[in-house]
Design a protein around this ligand. Structure first.
Ligand SMILES: Nc1ncnc2c1ncn2[C@@H]1O[C@H](COP(=O)(O)OP(=O)(O)OP(=O)(O)O)[C@@H](O)[C@H]1O
Length: 365
């Protein structure tokens, strides 16, 4: 096969890459300006992509689906792929100035306690990381700060390099801070609303976050004053509402959606947790909390169903061991599920959002 000119090579690769379809792509990769570099060296085709949202799973599909065709069309022996992420900063609700070092904040909330908001927040944070992003977690769940326990770093304390700011606790690659690192016993439980909101805003603004693509904020459950104040003041890009399929949880999830609407925070999706019980003995799936509720909610508010996570004993055991499922079983089925949800969320955040210049993080230490 005669060697292609660089222009011909670029045209061939562009055509194949442009034809690639994936649920996360609302425009093809060429229109997205993702194809950064194409070259043939020693009969190895080098292709570099730059994506504005966390896209590792999409990248794997692209390689699987196009490598053979590309070799055939270009005469290359193999393809050397490279993906770089340059995650876009997206417009925040009410154009609030961002938190230093943080590109995008995603609030994970629930209308009521115990639906698995923290479990979902942590596994999604780890899944976004696995998808190629740098991620942090702010545990704002003042009434049950479970993030330290779930990440296996109970008893740790953030250090302070300057006596004013806190260096986050690093756990499983995530930069984390939690009221649970700072307040022992049940002290925080008795804080009144304004005190709690102030403490949480301080936690957000006085943590020395490393450059983060996404900061997941595990919100306190419910829709009271604290939640409303936080939803209003945290520079959130979008929110996720976690619910279970029971009517009572759905009723509260509805209140959560209304609360975010009130303060102009877009709700990116609803996550149905504990949607099916999967028996650890026989694998039988049973809808012990009912079915169809989250779908009804998504229809009513025109908000997408971001995903359904089953109720399974291993998800709880992993968290109790301080080794969340996505971290403990990187190739497991539940990890696949969380990564699919995370990839879809990252993409939707980008497609629904408006790209703004990142804040320049200036910190005086
Ligand atoms: N899908 C699931 N399968 C099995 N166990 C789960 C699942 N989701 C959550 N759990 C378990 O349920 C319990 C409550 O979860 P979690 O603490 O995440 O809820 P929450 O909504 O954040 O609660 P709160 O708001 O009261 O802090 C935990 O023990 C957790 O491990």
């Amino acid at each position: 096969m005669p060697a292609l000119t660089p222009e011909e090579l670029h045209a061939q690769v562009s055509a194949v890459v442009a034809a690639f379809q994936h649920p996360t792509l609302q425009q093809d990769l060429i229109h997205l300006h993702a194809l950064h570099h194409v070259a043939m060296l020693d009969n190895v085709l080098h292709i570099e992509l730059i994506l504005p949202f966390a896209w590792q799973s999409g990248f794997v599909s692209l390689q699987e689906q196009t490598t053979g065709t590309l070799c055939r069309l270009t005469g290359a022996d193999r393809v050397e792929w490279r993906l770089t992420h340059d995650i876009a900063t997206l417009k925040r609700a009410k154009n609030l100035p961002g938190a230093k070092g943080v590109k995008n904040i995603i609030a994970v909330s629930s209308g009521k306690g115990g639906v698995g908001k923290s479990s979902t927040a942590i596994n999604l944070a780890l899944a976004l990381q696995a998808e190629g992003a740098t991620v942090g977690v702010l545990d704002a769940d003042i009434y049950g700060p479970s993030v330290p326990m779930m990440l296996g770093c109970e008893g740790e304390r953030p250090s302070s390099p300057d006596g004013k700011h806190m260096a986050p606790v690093m756990a499983h690659g995530l930069a984390t801070n939690s009221i649970g690192y700072l307040v022992t016993d049940d002290n925080a439980m008795v804080w009144r609303g304004p005190m709690a909101s102030k403490a949480l805003m301080q936690l957000l603004n006085e943590t020395l976050w490393p450059d983060l693509d996404y900061l997941i904020v595990d919100m306190p459950p419910g829709t009271g004053d604290i939640q409303l104040t936080l939803a209003q003041n945290i520079p959130v890009t979008a929110a996720l509402v976690v619910t279970t399929p029971q009517d009572v949880a759905l009723l509260d999830a509805r209140k959560g959606i209304v609360m975010f609407n009130k303060v102009s925070v877009p709700v990116l999706g609803i996550i149905e947790n504990m949607s099916m019980h999967i028996c650890s003995q026989c694998g039988h799936a049973e809808a012990i909390f009912g079915t169809g509720g989250a779908e009804a909610l998504t229809e009513e508010y025109g908000i997408p169903l971001a995903g359904k996570i089953p109720l399974h004993i291993s998800l709880r055991e992993d968290l109790d061991a301080g080794l969340p499922t996505v971290s403990r079983w990187p190739d497991g089925d539940f990890t696949r599920l969380y990564r699919d949800i995370a990839g879809a969320i990252a993409a939707r955040l980008y497609w629904d959002g408006e790209v703004v210049p990142p804040d320049i993080a200036i910190r005086i230490l």
